[in-house]
Design a protein around this ligand. Structure first.
Ligand SMILES: NC(=O)c1ccc[n+]([C@@H]2O[C@H](COP(=O)([O-])OP(=O)(O)OC[C@H]3O[C@@H](n4cnc5c(N)ncnc54)[C@H](OP(=O)(O)O)[C@@H]3O)[C@@H](O)[C@H]2O)c1
Length: 314
């Protein structure tokens, strides 16, 4: 009987949520201008930057002059800007460069996509704090540096938008994900507060939560230098976590086999930047072939012990 009532309640809530969302949808101005995409040297950022350049001027943030030259050569429509999100000086230099270009062409900055990110995977007990801090420096503090620096330009445009590229990983955590999922969870909270605070300037803030998307990120976490590979000689690791490490690559490949193309993230980023009614959250792509939207609902429904059963072998 209790179960039946619970089912009715869940179904009611499931129906109410989309109705409320549609009712409360907020309208934001859409203006011509320019957007800045961080981490645009490859993957999700590059795909989005190229697609967006059909509609707006795109400043493509890359870490090296070499990547800037490569992008200029392959995608002449992009405006590469050297921007390492971990360096306050480089962020400031990029802000000056973008600001000068905007001024010279009488353009306004109407969008910022905080996409730059790195990943690492290791069991919590063996994590290297210095390396974890480096990850947070990119995935979390980088968002502070870049957004704080470019906010005056976004505000001045009267039609600013921010898109933060999070991840489904805080919703579906797996063993070895404390650092990555933790950083993306932090970003999710930062995003939600940022949305509240920037509403007074009429700046829309959206979070993108992708599942698996084809990109260079997956190779980067499995190369020779991967944290989980380097840990094998640490005391006790092989004994307790050898099996986990041995299966890591296969689990990663299984997940990647179902990965979506970056079109799904680009479509969400484009909507968040250019629609009159941007969503606050875009949950896209899949994990193990299960759409992330469905996974989010399932995780919301399941008690923690149920989640643990489901995610233990992930
Ligand atoms: N692919 C997925 O399945 C997936 C799923 C969920 C979320 N995401 C998120 O999506 C975003 C893009 O990742 P991706 O999958 O497209 O991987 P990617 O191809 O490896 O792209 C990551 C980008 O971030 C840049 N980056 C790294 N450190 C940086 C720094 N200090 N300053 C500026 N840029 C830096 C990289 O530049 P370099 O080339 O110079 O290293 C690269 O351009 C990340 O935030 C990632 O966490 C990806």
């Amino acid at each position: 009987m209790r179960c039946a009532w619970l089912t009715v309640l869940v179904l009611l809530l499931a129906g109410i949520h989309p109705c409320l969302r549609a009712l409360l949808a907020k309208r934001f101005p859409v203006a011509p201008g320019a957007v800045l995409v961080t981490g645009a040297s490859s993957g999700i950022g590059l795909h989005a930057a190229v697609a967006l350049s059909a509609e707006v001027v795109v400043f493509a943030g890359v870490r090296s002059e070499k990547d800037a030259a490569r992008l200029k050569q392959s995608y002449p429509q992009l405006r590469p800007v050297v921007l390492d999100v971990t360096s306050t000086e480089k962020v400031e230099a990029a802000r000056k460069e973008v600001s000068a270009a905007l001024g010279a062409e009488e353009l306004k900055l109407v969008g910022l996509v905080n996409n730059a990110g790195i990943s690492r995977h290791l069991i919590f007990e063996y994590e290297n704090l210095e390396e974890v801090m480096k990850l947070y420096d990119v995935n979390v503090f980088g968002v502070y540096r870049v957004t704080q620096a470019f906010l005056p330009l976004l505000r001045a445009s009267g039609a600013g938008r921010v898109v933060n590229v999070g991840s489904i990983s805080p919703t579906t955590p797996a063993m070895g994900y404390t650092s990555y999922a933790g950083s993306k969870n932090a970003l999710e909270s930062i995003n939600d507060v940022m949305r509240l605070e920037l509403a007074r300037y009429n700046i829309s803030v959206s979070l993108l939560k992708p599942g698996m998307v084809h990109s260079a990120l997956h190779e980067k976490i499995s190369g020779e230098n991967a944290a989980w590979r380097r840990a094998k000689d640490l005391e006790g690791f092989r004994e307790h976590w050898g099996e986990w490490a041995e299966g890591f690559e296969e689990r990663r490949r299984n997940r990647e086999a179902h990965a979506d193309g970056a079109e799904v993230t680009t479509e969400a980023i484009r909507h968040a930047l250019r629609s009159e009614h941007p969503e606050t959250r875009y949950v896209v792509a899949n994990v193990h072939g299960i759409p992330c939207q469905a996974l989010s609902w399932l995780m919301w429904l399941l008690p923690d012990r149920g989640k643990d059963l489901l995610l233990a072998g992930n």
